[in-house]
Write a protein that binds this ligand. Structure first.
Ligand SMILES: [Zn+2]
Length: 129
């Protein structure tokens, strides 16, 4: 069985990528716990304001949005996990579609990017089409 790579063995670019991924993960986790808190708070408010029909429907819309963003965030977390695994295998930063290296500038904005911009655009086009 392959031993999981120790964090202390990361250096240079790998270490920078590792730190960017961890930071991104923490950002998303804190966003998620804020959203979960807001969700509970708005549900409490919902019950309290049960006589104001208009308020309830706008609250419900806000709730949907928050649920959607929670789902979105947990998907992002999974992508970060996968990126960390690729980093451990020494495959980090490679587009999973065409195999080209993803430009450093793109990784800085989105450290858990799976595809280069070209493939991403292509995939999104296919999903829509
Ligand atoms: Zn690509």
């Amino acid at each position: 069985m392959k031993k999981k790579r120790d964090v202390s063995s990361y250096e240079g670019d790998d270490l920078a990528h590792y730190e960017a991924l961890i930071k991104c993960m923490e950002d998303i986790k804190s966003k998620m716990s804020n959203a979960a808190d807001a969700l509970n708070a708005s549900e409490v408010a919902n019950v309290a304001a049960a006589t104001h029909i208009a308020d309830i429907s706008s609250d419900a819309a806000g709730r949907d949005l928050k649920l959607r963003s929670l789902t979105e965030n947990s998907r992002e977390l999974k992508l970060i996990d996968e990126a960390l695994e690729r980093l451990a295998r020494g495959e980090y930063g490679r587009c999973q579609s065409c195999g080209e290296m993803i430009p450093e500038g793109r990784l800085r904005i989105r450290p858990h990017a799976v595809y280069c911009v070209k493939c991403k655009t292509q995939i999104e086009k296919e999903q829509k089409g």
